[in-house]
Design a protein around this ligand. Structure first.
Ligand code: 5GP
Length: 229
């Protein structure tokens, strides 16, 4: 049986920025001398270092991983995004998402209240800024589950954030998961598959890749990367 497999990326200009469990995390060792690097050198100080972004193609299982971490490690704070997408069966406002209409989303954008936001498959999604900043200022581990465009925005604005790419075991498996969900219309699935092709090609922009062969293993790898016991 295959297990979750952490691939170390040579992103960020080719430096070995990523680490698996037991290895030093990004920013803890100088890529040049191997000596301990300052805890955090960006304008965001050590705070943003606690920010982890989980991204990857739609259907790869990000939300299942996040739900498992919510259940098993409530001390990890999970951002609840705002979206204009309609709730799926079983989704509750304020739990999986805050569901808003277009005008409500516009107000959040105009008021600068979103840390990042993106349009994905015809709907908009964004991360409320204030709760993230509050948690980070308290030194709490924060996890965002967002799409590629959002991950790129976080990379630009919070350079010490750890960007984790969740990859499917294979393309066929991703197609199976996306089509098998049974909650989306065929044209929506097609848009998501198209987006997935683009997102898969962006894997090299991330610090580390976890292959989703087992939800439990991915959670363990992710928690180790976040240094959460
Ligand atoms: P879904 O509609 O399947 O819940 O989510 C669609 C995509 O939107 C997923 O790739 C998910 O990671 C992404 N997403 C969810 N919340 C956010 C967010 O706050 N910002 C961004 N940029 N993407 C998000």
């Amino acid at each position: 049986m295959r297990t979750a497999d952490a691939r170390l990326a040579g992103g960020r200009g080719g430096q070995a920025a990523a680490a698996g469990p037991g290895l030093p995390g990004p920013g803890t060792t100088s890529p040049v001398s191997g000596a301990p690097a300052p805890e955090c050198s960006s304008q965001h100080g050590p705070l943003a270092r606690r920010l982890t972004v989980l991204s990857g193609p739609s259907g790869v299982g990000k939300s299942t991983v996040v739900a498992e971490i919510r259940r098993s490690h409530p001390r990890v704070w999970l951002s609840v995004s705002v979206t204009t997408r309609a709730p799926r069966p079983g989704e509750t406002d304020g739990v999986q998402y805050f569901f808003v209409d277009d005008a409500g989303f516009d107000r959040l954008v105009d008021g600068g209240e979103l840390l990042e936001w993106a349009e994905f498959a015809g709907n908009r999604y964004g991360t409320p800024r204030r709760p993230v900043e509050e948690r980070l200022s308290r030194g709490e581990p924060v996890l965002l589950e967002i799409d590629l465009q959002g991950a790129r925005q976080v990379r630009r604005s919070m350079t010490e954030a750890l960007l984790v790419f969740l990859a499917p075991p294979s393309w066929a498996e991703l197609v199976r998961r996306l089509t098998g969900r049974g909650t989306e219309a065929p044209e929506v699935i097609e848009r998501r598959l198209e987006a997935a092709r683009v997102e898969l090609a962006a894997e090299k922009e991330f610090d580390v890749t976890l292959v989703n062969t087992s939800v439990r293993d991915v959670c363990d790898e992710l928690l180790a990367l976040m240094a959460v016991q």
